[in-house]
Design a binder for this molecule. Structure first.
Ligand code: ME8
Length: 527
């Protein structure tokens, strides 16, 4: 056990009815950036992703393939695990809802809720969106003209004998909870623009069905009733708790989970989940269960200007993802996703021309170029030995603090922009002081040394800041500057010392600085 601050970040668990695509890779990349950032800060991080396997669409997909749901789930979950590992995601675990560890815990949670009366047996009739596996309120159904807002298919009128969760009993507690989070300055849902809709819906929330029949052996049974299976959404939400509900992991839960999701599944995370947790908390043995620290619901990637769809042929699937990694590098993909992604309330367009432009402007022409320029001059004028600085250095701390403040509010683009601002500061410092001109006069070499030391030192600080986004390139910079940050992190369960490492003056004069190949070779846009 460590006494360091704990940090728990999750992605949605993905349905195994399909292969991973850019949307799944996006949310997992954002989570990875956050996880790496917090480890760099020295926090004890738990980063969770996984797969959601008990949906009826998984049963259907399996039937289509002529295999059992478990076989189908194994294949697809394998594809997700494999993809995330190839993309160097640093998740600490990968939960599959068909695993016994999840099923056992989830059964216990539902049992506790049955005992407390928060889950009860009743009848339900309503409009059902089969694609989303979700009931829609009368008002919403009317608003959507009785068609699914997601796939346009007609909503189905359905009556079911079901187990219900007493959501209506938690309206006031949820609203109070939202107010308390706001008062504490930690809004529960981000971006805030989505909050109002959720609050309106909470104010009218009815009890929700949490079971279904006809799933056969696939899924988790309602304890004591073999006919009913726990509804896939309740089953899925519990993954966040079940995975860390062990003696050595409960601290992560208690540190306040950060759930990263997209806007399509906000209701479940922003209302049902905290209500279920509030109910669980009162049950015997679950007094330790607190509510998550926050839910961040981003928007969608569209592709080449249109909604991604297989029929339009603009789907960013695994083959396309591999193409970007091979053509531009994994760092480039991470950087583009993390800085140009739909973190706010508008969708982002994944277009190759934009990708190439961002790659060239931010990575090749800014960070990469500045590193080459400075190390080249150190090679040329100082034989690759880092000169000493004769002054106090550059004022970088303001930008560093601005970057850190951005990341605290999950503004990853702002964070990257603050770091790149430092690179631009180095570029204009070099333009203004013109060391390449001064170097012609041997008497001015100490001055040139000062400029190059200050520039290299700033780039070192930038490489620490950018590591969560572009780890491969930053680790190369560290190697070339003789820095053992990676080794220090590896030796210390992944934890770094961000705040110490961004202090000015850590590079030692006379260190050998290796030039190396360009970090990000410029990309020639094809005509
Ligand atoms: O909803 N742009 O799983 P899912 C950005 N199993 N992100 C996207 C995206 C896009 N175009 N498409 C998908 C489920 N995503 C449930 C979740 S959680 C307890 C259960 C990402 O496979 C985004 O994170 O449909 C979205 O929330 C998630 O994939 C949905 O994945």
């Amino acid at each position: 056990m460590t006494s360091n601050k704990q940090f728990y970040v999750t992605t949605p668990i993905y349905y195994v009815n399909d292969r991973p695509h850019i949307g799944h890779v996006y949310t997992t990349t954002i989570a990875d950036v956050l996880a790496r950032y917090h480890r760099l800060l020295g926090h004890d991080v738990f980063f969770l992703t996984g797969t959601d396997e008990h949906a009826t669409k998984v049963v259907d997909a399996a039937a289509e393939q002529g295999v059992s749901p478990q076989e189908w789930a194994d294949t697809c979950a394998g594809a997700f695990e494999d993809t995330f590992s190839r993309l160097n995601m640093t998740n600490d675990d990968f939960i599959r809802t068909s695993q016994d560890r999840h099923k056992t815990k989830t059964t216990q949670y539902v049992k506790a809720l049955l005992a407390s009366g928060d889950v009860y047996l009743g009848d339900y009739e309503g409009w059902y969106d089969a694609g989303q596996e979700e009931y829609i309120t009368e008002g919403k159904a009317e608003e959507y003209d009785f068609k699914s807002p997601f796939n346009g298919k007609p909503l189905v009128r359905k009556t079911e004998r079901n187990y219900f969760f007493k959501l209506s009993a938690y309206r006031q507690q949820l609203l109070d909870f939202y107010n308390q989070c706001d008062a504490d300055g930690n809004p529960f849902v981000q971006p805030q623009a989505r909050k109002k809709e959720i609050l309106n819906r909470i104010a009218e929330a009815q009890d929700v069905p949490i079971s279904r029949t006809g799933m056969g052996d696939w899924g988790i049974k309602i304890p004591g009733d073999d006919e009913h299976t726990i509804y896939v959404w309740i089953d899925a939400l519990f993954n966040y708790l079940s995975t860390v509900d062990t003696d050595d992991r409960r601290g992560y839960w208690q540190s306040g989970a950060i759930h990263l999701i997209a806007k399509d599944i906000l209701w479940f995370h922003a209302a049902i989940w905290p209500a279920v947790l509030t109910a669980i908390q009162k049950c015997e043995g679950y007094g330790w269960v607190n509510l998550p620290a926050g839910v961040y619901s981003h928007s969608f990637w569209i592709s080449e200007g249109r909604k991604m769809s297989k029929s339009l042929g603009n789907f960013i699937d695994l083959e396309k993802i591999d193409y970007y990694v091979e053509t531009f590098s994994l760092d480039a993909l991470r950087y583009f996703l993390a800085t140009r992604g739909p973190m706010g309330t508008t969708d982002s367009d994944f277009a190759e021309s934009k990708f190439a432009e961002v790659y060239n402007s931010d990575l090749a022409n800014t960070f990469g170029n500045s590193c080459s320029r400075v190390t080249n001059m150190i090679g040329k004028y100082f034989d690759g030995q880092l000169p000493a600085s004769q002054d106090e250095g550059l004022p970088v701390q303001e930008a560093v603090q601005a970057a850190l403040a951005c990341m605290e509010r999950l503004d990853i683009s702002g964070y990257a922009e603050a770091a790149l601002g430092l690179v631009r500061q180095v570029d204009s410092y070099i333009e203004n002081t013109a060391p390449f001109r001064l170097a012609k006069d041997p008497k001015k070499l100490p001055e040139v040394g000062t400029i190059l030391y200050n520039s290299a030192e700033t780039l070192r600080i930038v490489s620490v800041l950018l590591w969560p986004l572009i780890p491969d390139a930053c680790e190369k910079v560290w190697e070339r500057m003789g820095l053992d940050y990676k080794a220090q992190m590896d030796a210390n369960t992944g934890q770094g010392q961000l705040e110490a490492w961004v202090a000015w003056g850590l590079l030692k004069a006379n260190t050998a600085i290796e030039k190396g190949d360009p970090l990000f070779p410029r990309y020639q846009v094809k005509k």
